[in-house]
Design a binder for this molecule. Structure first.
Ligand SMILES: C[S@@+](CC[C@H](N)C(=O)[O-])C[C@H]1O[C@@H](n2cnc3c(N)ncnc32)[C@H](O)[C@@H]1O
Length: 209
């Protein structure tokens, strides 16, 4: 089993220079989706190919995965996909990346690391301060998608986001996926595994109001 990276380690306090949207993408005016904890980026490679008029940005804390993903983007000359290495909390909290949160239409947290022990909850990527940051910087109408096969983590994430009154839950059956970042409901790597293993999948969508 993979050893989880401790996001609170000193290694991640420093973040790399964040390029502007113009430097990241061929057309910076396209709708922007951010995937937090994108691992090797398979999900985003699929999405970027299927939806060429959206831009996709992945943040991942495992440096080797980001290096490989960036090489693949260059080799394949993909213009609507970019990867950033680091702890998403530190990256998005940094003044350099304020423009990212201002411009994203949607953010996904797909199967985040669960950190089961209570004393490790602070390592979970969704934290109240992080949600406050998103709540104060996201444009109204922006969406947050959460998905996991761990019920306890789902309850924790749901409670953390719902405690912020600037987010309202969207009923999945009222949601029009065709206009979203993922109209064809592409599955993430972990999601495919969860389906094969017949695990329950818990998901929710929130809108900034
Ligand atoms: C269980 S994997 C899920 C990967 C992918 N989203 C999927 O659904 O297949 C969680 C990923 O989040 C990354 N991660 C964990 N904490 C992070 C953080 N604070 N910032 C960025 N990435 C993080 C991990 O390294 C790992 O690649």
């Amino acid at each position: 089993m993979r050893q989880h990276v401790n996001p609170l380690s000193n290694n991640f306090h420093q973040i790399e220079k964040i390029p502007s949207l113009i430097e990241m993408f061929g057309d910076s005016k396209f709708n922007l989706h951010l995937d937090v904890g994108c691992a090797a980026g398979d999900f985003l490679f699929d999405l970027a190919l299927i939806n060429p008029s959206w831009n996709y940005l992945g943040i991942e804390i495992r440096e080797r995965l980001v290096k490989n993903a960036k090489l693949k983007v260059l080799e394949r000359e993909i213009k609507n996909l970019y990867f950033l290495f680091g702890n998403a909390n530190n990256i998005l909290n940094d003044i350099q990346s304020k423009f990212i949160i201002k411009n994203v239409k949607s953010i996904s947290f797909n199967f985040p690391d669960p950190w089961f022990k209570k004393r490790h909850y602070k390592r979970r990527v969704i934290q109240p301060e992080f949600i406050n940051l998103l709540s104060s910087s996201l444009q109204k109408g922006s969406l947050i998608f959460i998905k996991t096969d761990v019920k306890d983590l789902f309850d924790y994430m749901d409670c953390t986001i719902s405690s912020n009154f600037n987010f309202k839950k969207i009923d999945k059956k009222d949601f029009n996926y065709s206009e979203s970042f993922n109209p064809s409901k592409v599955k993430t790597y972990r999601e495919k595994y969860a389906i094969v293993k017949q695990l329950d999948i818990f998901e929710r969508i929130y809108m900034k109001i």
